[in-house]
Write a protein that binds this ligand. Structure first.
Ligand code: ADP
Length: 225
């Protein structure tokens, strides 16, 4: 797998209200890469994530997944592409409160009319330490457990890449650390690329490649350990 972003720019508004949220960002992501992106609030992190994952379109620039220009896909094709190839993890977990952990995890397969893969669900639950929690509702789980359910949901369709937006932002440092270690273990095991946006330099340090974004400009932030 190779994701290639070339000179992605995003400009909001016009005239006096013009904001350049992202300026000519280029990036290549290969299978299994672990990349962190740090930057202050308002620097363009969410904009970059939305563009890389096809949730939004750039003002200029190109994005291809294995040579396929995904901004050229029709709406429906793009949604299906995202469901199959991309997993998302959010700061706020975004679990559906009326569904059990198991039902939340299986939701992407249901939306894609795919059959549940029981063995894979059990493997993921085991790796994430939530095997005994699958019949619980989100409110019956701790924050760390909820995020681990969200990680299983992000992985259930076997995506090539996971985008995690401040995945530990709502957790104390102990459960945040745990969540990140599990995510890293799973990345190594499954070969899923992982892009993490974080404010936490300890989490950024876990990545093989560290990028920094300032005022919409994306730069390499330091060599791998
Ligand atoms: P971050 O995620 O690093 O906090 P964002 O990508 O959300 O930064 O925002 C980058 C810049 O773009 C900020 O100045 C923000 O105010 C601006 N911005 C983001 N979304 C919009 C929008 N929909 N309309 C206008 N300006 C926006």
């Amino acid at each position: 797998m190779l994701i290639k972003a070339e000179n992605l720019s995003k400009v909001y508004g016009g005239g006096e209200n013009k904001v350049t949220a992202l300026h000519r960002a280029s990036l290549e992501i290969a299978a299994g890469d672990f990349i962190s992106i740090m930057g202050p609030s308002g620097s363009g992190k969410s904009t970059l994530l939305h563009l890389l994952s096809g949730l939004d379109f750039p003002t200029e620039g190109r994005l291809s997944y294995d040579g396929q220009d995904i901004y050229q896909l029709k709406d429906k094709e793009l949604s299906a592409f995202r469901r199959r190839r991309i997993g998302f993890i959010f700061q706020q977990f975004h679990l559906l409160p009326v569904l059990t952990a198991r039902e939340n995890i299986l939701m992407p397969l249901l939306l894609d009319k795919k059959r549940e893969d029981k063995a894979y669900l059990e493997e993921l639950a085991g790796l994430l330490g939530i095997s005994g929690r699958l019949s619980h509702l989100p409110r019956e789980l701790s924050g760390g457990q909820q995020q681990r359910v969200a990680i299983a949901r992000a992985l259930i369709a076997r995506p090539d890449i996971i985008f995690a937006d401040e995945p530990t932002g709502n957790l104390d440092s102990k459960s945040g650390g745990e969540v990140m270690r599990m995510l890293e273990k799973i990345r190594q095991k499954m070969g899923t690329a992982l892009i993490v946006i974080t404010h936490d330099s300890r989490i950024a340090q876990m990545a093989e490649r560290r990028l920094v974004i300032m005022d919409g400009i994306l730069q390499e932030g330091g060599a791998a350990r």
